[in-house]
Design a protein around this ligand. Structure first.
Ligand code: ATP
Ligand code: MG
Length: 411
């Protein structure tokens, strides 16, 4: 992509009406644009990042036996009356022309449970694991944290259906591992802790994946021995770490990037979702649900991976792998050739071909945060300077060595 035509341009300063660092940086760099509090457009750069997050999540869910589907965002209110959730405060309500009451989907238990019930009869139809990546709507009271807390946001939600609690817990552990891989690949694995939490209104307990950042809204206590954490709301109940029995904890502010719930039969009961067991008796289906907010994850990555100049993306989430920066008109033809060579190798490259000063170009490159930088100037002639976001000195090398280096380490 040529930066001369990239939509939009970066802004000189951070937007005045944002208080969160993730929104300030992402808006200034041209990744997102606010429509109103908690509701954002993802611009071309931001949408590339979001699609990469989606790809990682999809790969890990498929690997863990998930089957992807896509459910509606318009839900009949009566399904929520059936589960006792019609009055929860995050629901956005609306009405059809004929008066039928609807809500916008804030989660999909009320849709997937009756859907699943249509198709299963026997223990032979279980287990199944279904997921989607879809927009959720929540009337959040406060939406001041940029894309960490949206009123409209993308979520991956997986629902698992089992014959027994034992089978659910086995799958629960598999999901835990899949989540750990997702956060590792997203570059925040080292700061993300598996956390014991309460189950809210519909489960006795749940587990969160909490990423340590000052932008977080939660407090967690991380076991110094094994790294598993306990949410502050539960800490008085625990004498020792439930994972390893460790007794010393470090207190941190953190943001919940993912959440897994053993729903057991809470929703199956409401919709009478049952199956016929091997011995011919009728049993309730045992369920789990597993969520990750895609925008929340992207915002958390920005919160933990920025400096005073801008963002530094992990390789797997960066909108482009290489930022090719040409500094002089005279080296334009060489830079065009390098750009085409990189494209030929299927390397994702943002090419700064603009007629701007070196200062402006480097400032924008630091703000946008692409991991590898290739600089071409009159001085370097047929050679390019390869450096990394955040480091000043690079090394001079031929174009072919630079491409080899990039392919070897980064693509
Ligand atoms: P929180 O306590 O932060 O409000 P939650 O418990 O309501 O989160 P879940 O209903 O379990 O969250 O949703 C699953 C995941 O969706 C969360 O772990 C988080 O990553 C994401 N998420 C939840 N609410 C939002 C939001 N308003 N904006 C963006 N992502 C969200
Ligand atoms: Mg919430």
């Amino acid at each position: 992509m040529r930066q001369s035509i990239l939509f939009p341009k970066t802004a000189r300063t951070a937007p005045k009406d944002e208080v969160s660092r993730n929104a300030q940086l992402l808006e200034q760099a041209g990744y997102i644009s606010k429509l109103f509090a908690g509701v954002y457009s993802y611009l071309p750069l931001g949408f590339r990042v979001l699609r990469k997050i989606e790809k990682i999540i999809r790969e890990e869910m498929d690997l863990a036996g998930g089957q992807e589907l896509f459910m509606p965002a318009l839900h009949p209110l009566e399904n929520y009356q059936q589960t006792g959730r019609a009055d929860i405060d995050v629901l956005f309500h609306l009405e059809m022309a004929n008066g039928k009451k609807l809500v916008l989907g804030q989660s999909h238990e009320e849709v997937i449970v009756p859907l699943f019930k249509k198709y299963i009869q026997s223990y032979k139809d279980l287990p199944r694991h279904l997921y989607q990546i879809q927009t959720k709507f929540r009337n959040e009271l406060r939406a001041k944290s940029g894309i960490l807390r949206g009123r409209e946001f993308m979520m991956k939600d997986l629902y698992s259906f089992h014959t027994t609690e034992e089978d659910l817990l086995k799958y629960y552990d598999r999901m835990r591992q899949a989540y750990e891989r997702i956060f590792m690949r997203a570059g925040i694995g080292h700061l993300t802790h598996y956390t014991f939490a309460s189950g809210g209104t519909f489960s006795e307990f749940s587990h969160e994946f909490q990423t340590i950042t000052s932008a977080g809204e939660d407090t967690i206590h991380v076991c110094e021995k094994c790294g598993v954490a306990i949410n502050d709301e539960l800490i008085t109940k625990y004498q020792a770490c439930p994972e390893c029995n460790g007794r010393t904890f470090a207190k941190h502010t953190a943001i919940e990037v993912g959440n897994i719930f053993p729903l057991k039969t809470k929703f199956s009961e409401k919709f009478d979702l049952s199956y016929t067991s091997e011995s011919g008796t009728k049993q309730l289906v045992v369920m789990g649900c597993y969520g990750i907010g895609l925008g929340r994850l992207m915002g958390a990555v920005v919160e933990v991976r920025h400096d005073d100049k801008g963002i530094y993306w992990p390789r797997q989430l960066a909108p482009f792998q290489v930022h090719l920066v040409n500094l002089n008109q005279e080296s334009g033809a060489t830079a065009d050739t390098v750009y085409n060579q990189l494209l030929d190798q299927h390397i994702e490259v943002l090419y700064d071909d603009r007629d701007e000063s070196a200062g402006v170009k480097f400032g924008d490159a630091d703000l946008i945060g692409i991991p590898i930088r290739l600089v071409i100037s009159k001085k370097t002639a047929q050679q390019v300077e390869l450096s990394h976001r955040g480091t000043r000195q690079g090394s001079l090398m031929s174009v072919s060595s630079a491409i080899k280096e990039i392919e070897r380490h980064y693509v």
